[in-house]
Design a protein around this ligand. Structure first.
Ligand code: PAF
Length: 274
């Protein structure tokens, strides 16, 4: 496995490669990322994983400075998982000049839910992902369903800009209690970690109620928010939406329930396809 930190070296290493699978990450890797690497491996002859904590997608009061940076350990995990090249550029490599051209995903998809609570987040994500796609030139790229809205934003970008990339979606990997693996779980203390699985339990309960009585959607959403609040969480939202575009669902649609809530200072997100 090669570790590459410059765009020029990456270009050189990939010059003759066509069958490239790509997994973009911000590092601090866990089994969710490694399962995406294995997925990419099944689809391509060569797998590139990028590790870059992208300042463009963090708000001014968010956790960019403290986001865990664990490159050495990440590389130890990636080699046996089937990664061929780790691309870990510096900020100067990714943004050698101020990024004045940016990708603005449509507001109806990107300014709701995560985008409402994290203004500019999806502009930062879509911009860096498009840049990374241009640098890596993958035929296949893998994204996790844990970041459900992000996955939809990237799927729409790839489709509307006719990018020649097949996207594959990886299932969310969970701890035994249901907590979705996330790099931000590292911020939780022991007590919070025990409580953190409640987000998934609350969404799962709401999913069960929604299956039984789809007409009761708004009450189910409200009850889920109240359950979390009663246990000391500060929920941003719990909503049930149409899977393909996160619009208000009709009975015939496929649904996804999405939630975001703060436990102490840590903001967690999760979702379940119903
Ligand atoms: O999901 C992430 O880790 C990031 O949003 C991504 C896709 C690597 C872009 O920085």
């Amino acid at each position: 496995m090669r570790i590459i930190s410059t765009v020029a070296e990456l270009k050189d290493a990939l010059a003759t490669q066509r069958d490239i699978g790509f997994v973009p990450t911000m590092g601090n890797l866990h089994d969710g990322h490694l399962s995406l690497v294995q997925t990419a491996r099944r689809h391509a002859g060569l797998v590139v994983v990028s590790i870059f904590v992208n300042q463009l997608q963090f708000g001014p009061n968010e956790d960019f400075a403290k986001y865990p940076r664990t490159l050495e350990r990440d590389c130890e995990l990636l080699a046996p998982a089937g990664c061929d090249i780790v691309f870990a550029p510096s900020t100067e490599q990714m943004y050698p000049e101020p990024q004045q051209y940016t990708v603005h995903p449509p507001a109806e998809l990107a300014d709701i839910l995560e985008g409402r609570f994290r203004p500019g987040f999806f502009v930062g994500v879509a911009t860096v992902v498009l840049k990374l796609f241009n640098m890596v030139r993958p035929s296949v790229a893998a994204f996790g369903k844990k970041d459900y809205q992000q996955l939809l934003v990237i799927q729409n970008m790839v489709r509307q800009l006719a990018l020649p990339i097949e996207l594959v979606a990886g299932e969310t990997v969970r701890e035994a209690g249901g907590l979705a693996l996330s790099s931000r779980n590292a911020y939780l203390d022991d007590e919070q970690r025990r409580e953190a699985a409640q987000l998934h339990r609350t969404l799962a309960d709401a999913a069960t109620r929604m299956r039984a009585d789809p007409a009761d959607r708004e009450n189910i959403e409200r009850a889920a928010v109240e359950t979390l609040q009663a246990r000391g969480w500060r929920p941003d939202y719990v909503v049930i939406r149409r899977r393909q575009d996160l619009k208000i669902p009709a009975a015939k649609d496929s649904w996804v329930i999405l939630g975001a809530a703060r436990l102490g200072a840590t903001r967690l997100i999760d979702n379940i396809e119903i």
